[in-house]
Design a protein around this ligand. Sequence first.
Ligand code: SF4
Length: 329
Amino acid sequence: MDTMKKILHQSLQKLSEQHTKQTLGDRRNYLGASDVGACPRKVILDRINQPEHDLATLLRFQRGHKAEDILAEAYTAGGYSNFERQVEIDISTDNVPCLVHIDFVFTSAAKKEKTIVEVKSGKIPETVYSSWESQLYLQMGALAKKYPAYTIKGAILSLDLSEGDAEIFNSYTPNDRLFTALVQRCEHIWHDYQQTLNGQEVELQTNVSPLCGFCSHIQTCPRFQADDLDYPEMIHYVQEFEGYRQAEKESKKRVANHKNALLGMVNARGSFRSGGYLFKKVTRTRQTLDKDRLSRFLADNGVAMSEFERSSTFSFLDIKKAPKEKQPQ
Ligand code: SF4
């Protein structure tokens, strides 16, 4: 990593630590709402060995904070002043210190209504993640406990800043049974965390999900030790991926067919406008290197083309049908 990048990485690390301290305090001393939907093993190990984040992760964190700031500014500009940010509610029990932080709470005193807006930034998922919903149910339960005279509602706002897209997953209301189960889950995680801190051997619960791809503890994770990861969650995830790949192939084919037909129309009658788009044929010239001529020229001057070639490495995900295991005779 060059020096400029190193400085940026270290500075972002500091910024991230400062932000966490200011908004969430020391997360080793309590569990938060986002922990309840996460993998217990990851939650515990992250607290014991706080991971060093890479540059991409740190930038993602900042993008998340910026998304919240943009929303706050937009709501204010839109004339909404009835909201609070980073609302903290203490729902600790005898068995677990638990602090819930809520991105936005909008209050209508007239309607006696409080609405949570939890903000998620990044790619917008097709369907809402269950970990997001668990977090929201814990937040709604906490708010309902604190304000029993109010009707509580909840929404998750998923923002993709790079694509300029937003999706709202709406109409959530508190559910007592779920809230109790989630608090019990927190107690369980906290219990295992304390035992691990005390040096006891605990088999930590795991929760395999797409987030495993971003987990700092995957190398030691019991769910990822074998070469054949043939358990239901992984198989389901791979099948889902296969479905998306097929759909992508189909849609690429359809886009190409439509493009072809539209180009045929433009070729036949010239530019036209339709459906809010302008279709016209553009011809551009691209400079390409005549390698054969260059090679001959170099050879005439006693130099081989290969002397100017250099290799660079790159990585990609290679996916093939796995060969069937041989059955024992
Ligand atoms: S790899 Fe997945 S299952 Fe294992 S600890 Fe990390 S998040 Fe949990």
